[in-house]
Design a protein around this ligand. Structure first.
Ligand code: SF4
Length: 325
């Protein structure tokens, strides 16, 4: 008997896997990458969790499918920010079901806990997700199983329902008891969660789609730097520190110029190739304003192969009207 688990790397999905592995069922932990996860890699953490509970890890990238089917026209709308959680969950279950069929597994599990997150984990939202992903009956939620209707795995006797949990609500007491019982270590998830739930990230997304068609190659551009929108419509991204500069340097996206200051330490920046001459000149002035420069001195910047000279603004206040975030 084999099950496929939707695995985030978090405590709940790790415990859910453990409850099933303990019933002598092989579990394949599937982590679905929408492209909008935190900028910190969680791979090592996920590998560690899977190792401790005895599951194999598989990462499934769905960036392009997620953009096409979920992100910009979610049937159930957005949460507080740019997060289409109900549609996203339904997509994840549909993908997990695909993996289940391909792997010859018999059912799905997830770490969802009834009533833990008011919007996406109440009974109605959970049922909507199951109906839309055609997973009704197939999905077992081991942490809340006793508070939910029996699923196929319980009805068929593949899983002993009595050994599952009936956790409801936001308290983590029972989960922490389970951590102790199984001796799970280093279970705190590193880094932030999904960027789509972040207010500032949402501002950048709403700004982006006003001006351009969002593509998979635009995802990394959104993750780093200070984002500005120039008067003629070009997007400017300016690295805020060494780490962001390194990430921006590595971006391979033909929509953007890579801009560097010449003979002056400065941030790495990206500017939309649709920039007018006025937007290019303004971008150069803005970038110089983030450098240690002398008043009224002219500096040179490279825009890919091209060079441009400009004078910095006197104050960063002059940049504010163009700042998205
Ligand atoms: S938080 Fe992000 S990854 Fe999670 S369901 Fe919502 S949109 Fe999807």
């Amino acid at each position: 008997m084999k099950a496929v688990a939707l695995f985030s790397g978090g405590l709940d999905s790790t415990l859910a896997i453990k409850l099933i592995v303990d019933q002598n069922i092989e579990v394949l932990a599937v982590n679905i990458n929408t492209g909008f996860g935190s900028t910190k890699s969680r791979l090592e953490h996920m590998q560690n969790m899977c190792k401790q509970v005895g599951a194999e890890l598989k990462i499934v990238d769905i960036e392009s499918e997620f953009l096409q089917d979920v992100l910009f026209d979610p049937k159930h709308g957005y949460g507080k920010n740019f997060n289409p959680c109900i549609d996203c969950h339904a997509k994840m279950f549909a993908v997990a079901k695909r993996v289940m069929e391909a792997e010859g597994a018999s059912f799905l599990i997830s770490g969802e806990v009834l009533g833990q997150r008011p919007m996406s984990q109440n009974k109605d939202a959970m049922q909507t997700v199951l109906n839309e992903s055609n997973c009704d009956g197939l999905l077992l939620r081991p942490l809340s199983a006793k508070a939910l209707a029996p699923t196929i795995a319980e009805i068929e006797g593949w899983v002993d329902r009595e050994k599952l949990e009936g956790i409801v609500g936001r308290s983590r007491d029972r989960q922490l008891e389970l951590v102790k019982e199984i001796g799970l270590e280093d279970f705190e998830t590193p880094g932030g969660g999904c960027l789509l739930t972040d207010e500032n990230f949402a501002k950048k997304m709403f700004d982006f789609i006003k001006y351009d068609k969002f593509e998979v190659k635009d995802i990394p551009v959104m993750k780093f730097g200070r984002h500005l929108r120039l008067p003629d419509g070009a997007k400017l991204v300016v690295g805020r520190n060494k780490d962001e500069n390194l990430h921006l340097q590595e971006i391979d996206n033909d929509k953007y110029y890579h801009i560097k200051t010449i003979a002056l330490p400065g941030p790495h920046s990206l500017l939309g190739k649709n920039a007018t001459t006025a937007d290019k000149e303004l971008a150069a002035r803005i970038i110089l304003t983030y450098c240690k420069t002398q008043e009224n001195k002219t500096y040179t910047l490279s825009f890919d192969e091209e060079e441009l000279t400009a004078v910095p603004f006197d104050s960063r206040d002059e940049i504010k009207p163009y700042t998205v975030m």
